[in-house]
Design a protein around this ligand. Structure first.
Ligand code: AMP
Ligand code: MN
Ligand code: MN
Ligand code: MN
Length: 279
């Protein structure tokens, strides 16, 4: 499973608990890919060693790309895997963490006139008062707990998703530079969940094309719950651009209880797994 979250970002298991849960279900290769941070890795290493699990260094980077034809900026998640010398990436992540911390405050400020209350203190309390770990999942959870919405999804739909009043774009590093920094760190760049960005098929096609042009290494396969046609479209684009594939559940613990750790899509015959390149 090459895409998982711990409570260092918006998962609910600690990095060590995550590794132990992986051990229990027989996962042999696990990447911890928290949002814009690699801070959980050290905590995961001990348990991984003890259980004989191959722990792959990872992080899910909030990046962005644009399409000249539509003059629009789009957010995209790039999973970085298996860094051999992470210093360049760690430097980038310091900037990303700053952006995340500032944005958390901005979102809470925008919520004040909408709900009549400042929830910032309660939001950062969910991440050990470390503001650069705050994701919109934590803000949504706080809105649920305080009774402003009944479910997290509703918090996104009403307040914090793109187009809503308390939405703040994540102004992260561009796609090309993100891939370059990952490579400078001896890692692989994986386009995360290509079908989950609310993009038209044309835009997904364009995104995968520029991702390949910029030197991206692999594309995540869509989960089995998505329609067969979606999977086939992604399979075709992967083949067309000679990309490798990656597999991950995007496990978030109890924050998304319908996603099971280790529940990864099947690799099609002829597709090359990025894990075969791990050292
Ligand atoms: P952030 O990086 O702070 O923008 O938070 C992104 C995270 O919020 C994603 O990784 C998901 O876990 C979650 N998320 C994003 N969009 C939605 C949505 N529409 N509904 C529920 N959760 C979402
Ligand atoms: Mn998340
Ligand atoms: Mn993501
Ligand atoms: Mn994720």
């Amino acid at each position: 499973d090459l895409h998982t979250h711990s409570n260092i970002s918006d998962g609910t298991l600690s990095p060590e608990q995550l590794v132990r849960a992986a051990g229990e279900i027989g996962i042999h290769t696990l990447a911890l890919t928290d949002h814009d941070t690699m801070d959980g890795l050290i905590q995961a290493e001990g348990a991984a060693k003890e259980l004989g699990i191959k722990l792959i260094s990872g992080v899910e980077i909030s990046s962005q790309w644009s399409r000249p034809a539509t003059k629009k900026n789009y957010g995209v998640h790039i999973v970085a895997l298996n860094m051999q010398h992470p210093e360049p990436l760690l430097a980038l992540l310091e900037q990303q963490k700053q952006i995340r911390a500032v944005r958390a405050k901005q979102i809470c400020d925008l919520l004040i006139p909408l709900i009549g209350e400042d929830i910032y203190a309660e939001v950062v309390a969910k991440v050990e008062h470390i503001p650069d770990r705050v994701t919109r999942t934590h803000i949504a959870k706080t809105l649920v707990e305080k009774g402003y919405v009944s479910r997290a999804q509703q918090a996104f739909d009403k307040y914090i998703k793109e187009g809503k009043k308390a939405y703040v774009k994540f102004d992260g590093l561009g796609l090309e530079e993100t891939i370059q920094v990952i490579h400078a760190s001896g890692g692989f760049a994986v386009l995360a969940h290509p079908t989950r960005y609310d993009l038209s098929a044309t835009n997904i096609r364009y995104l995968i094309e520029i991702f390949a042009q910029f030197g991206g290494d692999a594309v995540e396969l869509p989960p089995a719950v998505e329609p067969l046609g979606t999977r086939q479209m992604v399979d075709r684009m992967i083949a067309e651009h000679g990309l490798k594939v990656s597999v991950g559940s995007d496990f978030h613990g109890d924050n998304m209880p319908w996603i099971k750790l280790g529940n990864i899509p099947r690799v099609k015959e002829g597709q090359a797994g990025i894990w075969e390149s791990f050292r």
